[in-house]
Design a protein around this ligand. Structure first.
Ligand code: HEM
Length: 407
């Protein structure tokens, strides 16, 4: 039992009383989703402020595309922000929210447009050089030891430095950002930690913006400060929110995906050896690992009552966008619970669907590919270290936090 679980009654019926912070749900949710799809495809709970949990591909994608009935502007956190000030809540700390993810059109449309060029395939190719040398350096840090933690010493170290490189955040800030982003996402239900994370990020960005206003550089923060919308400079709270989003969205998500991929390769030697022997499988393997271990669950909050597939949803209710469960739906993917490295048809929604589809997917895919390539190039054979423990985190973003391996 984790500290988060302490004091909460155990779940006896997942259809009416699910708990996304339950230890079982975090470590092994697949059977629970399977049972719900068969019995009650849109589950409900009163826990954590109450929410609905769709589990089928058809329902999740329909909701994601219906921005009229399921907006993002009322909050996107999977649990209520403790003080009403969390990302997307429009509270006093992040007064503009974290657009585009927390916004509906028109704010969504133009803020997304400002981000896309930085995440284009051409720009991502430029970041690949930095990412590759970072991965080599990280592996070198534990190669001689014959053991390492593929999550804490590898996966966790990559995205924070890559997004820091893009935003112009110094490498020395990486540990602080990692903690702050964990505070915001992994500990979203812990008022104190969540506030510590938000405050840390915002204090840092306040200073970073001041510095670039005084002396512009060629990083993304300076680029945003120099951008215009409708002939006017972008207001400072919007720039702050967008930068905070890139940090929050770009770190935990990708680290969780890389970590899950490493865990899979450590525990499935046939797949690992196949990928080493047939590197041409990498493009389909990356999509398959993204599908099978999708990390991100976002939320929507209703503006009005609606009856959706027989569920009486009320204004203010939260709907958890269960992209991970949608990707394991056998109605959409044959052998959904099996990782098939050369799966040909794979319309997964790990990056979401509709207008909020991930703006950083090119970057995320590159980081995942390079991280696997550089690890396998130097450590083609590795196994879980039985003397250590694999641990997972869940909630808004699910992925392994420790994967002790030996080689
Ligand atoms: C494997 C890694 C990643 C996964 C699985 C992922 C997943 C997602 C998902 C599911 C959404 C849609 C959220 C919704 O519908 O409410 C989203 C949106 C977004 N992601 Fe990612 N993401 C990843 C990496 C990144 C990276 C590296 C960045 C950039 C640094 C990024 C930036 C964004 C942004 C800006 C949005 C908001 C787009 C919009 O609202 O129009 N993501 N992501």
């Amino acid at each position: 039992m984790t500290d988060v679980q302490a004091g909460r009654p155990p779940v006896t019926d997942w259809a009416t009383d699910y708990d996304i912070f339950d230890e079982t749900y975090i470590t092994d949710p697949y059977g629970i989703w399977g049972e719900l799809r068969a019995r009650c495809p849109i589950a409900h709970t009163e826990r954590w402020g109450g929410s609905w949990l769709p589990t089928s591909y058809a329902d999740v994608t329909e909701i994601a595309r219906d921005i009229e009935n399921f907006p993002s502007g009322n909050g996107i956190a999977v649990v209520p922000p403790p003080d009403g000030a969390g990302p997307g809540s429009g509270g006093p700390i992040l007064s503009a929210g974290v657009p585009p993810i927390s916004a509906d059109p028109p704010l969504h449309t133009w803020t997304r447009r400002l981000i896309l060029p930085t995440m284009s395939p051409q720009r991502v190719d430029e970041y690949e050089v930095f990412t590759r040398s970072l991965c080599v350096q990280l592996v070198d840090g534990f190669l001689e030891r014959g053991s390492g933690d593929a999550a804490a010493e590898y996966a966790q170290q990559i995205p924070v430095r890559v997004i820091g490189h893009i935003l112009g955040v110094p490498d020395t800030m990486a540990p602080a950002f990692t903690e702050w982003v964990r505070d915001v996402l992994e500990f979203a239900h812990d008022a104190e930690r969540r506030m510590r994370g938000i405050t840390g990020i915002l204090q840092y960005l306040t200073g970073a913006l001041d510095e670039r206003i005084a002396t512009p550089t060629d990083d993304f923060i300076s680029e945003l400060l120099a951008s215009e919308h409708d002939g006017q400079p972008i207001e400072r709270p919007v720039v702050m929110g967008m930068c905070a989003l890139l940090l929050i969205a770009g770190i935990d998500t990708t680290w969780s995906s890389i970590g899950s991929a490493m865990w899979h390769l450590a525990t499935h030697p046939d797949d690992r050896r196949r990928l080493v022997a047939e590197p041409e499988l990498m493009p389909t393997a990356i999509e398959e690992l993204l599908r099978a271990y999708s990390p991100v669950t976002m939320a929507r909050r209703l503006s009005h009552d609606i009856d959706f597939k027989g569920c009486p949803m009320k204004a203010g209710d939260r709907i958890l966008m269960n992209f991970p469960a949608a990707n394991r739906d056998p109605a959409a993917f044959p052998d959904a619970d099996k990782v098939v490295l050369d799966r040909q048809v794979n319309r997964h929604v790990a990056f979401g669907a509709g207008i909020h589809r991930c703006a950083g997917s090119n970057l995320a895919r590159m980081e995942l590919r390079v991280a696997i390539e550089e690890w396998l190039r130097r450590i083609p054979e590795f196994d879980l270290d039985p003397s250590g423990e694999v641990t997972w985190a869940g909630g808004q973003v699910r992925g392994p936090r420790t994967i002790p391996v030996s080689f």
